[in-house]
Design a protein around this ligand. Structure first.
Ligand code: SF4
Ligand code: SF4
Length: 57
């Protein structure tokens, strides 16, 4: 289990990537994306996101 960003909700603000302690988040074509193998499920991205796009799968 890792966190996943809902691409239809993400507004590509970058706040989650700035707060991720393991640099698991990068900017994709349509939305920011989380590398599931790197994510440690800390929840910081969900706390930082203004639109509630990241959620635990
Ligand atoms: Fe990074 Fe934590 Fe979000 Fe995983 S849950 S992507 S480790 S901020
Ligand atoms: Fe997208 Fe939310 Fe991350 Fe901003 S904080 S890039 S809206 S997932």
């Amino acid at each position: 289990m890792a966190y996943k960003i809902d691409a239809d909700t993400c507004i590509s603000c970058g706040a989650c990537a700035a707060d991720c302690p393991v640099d698991a988040i990068s900017e994709g074509d349509a939305a920011y994306v989380i590398d599931a193998d790197t994510c440690i499920e800390c929840g910081a991205c969900a706390a930082a996101c203004p639109v509630g796009a990241p959620a635990a799968e």
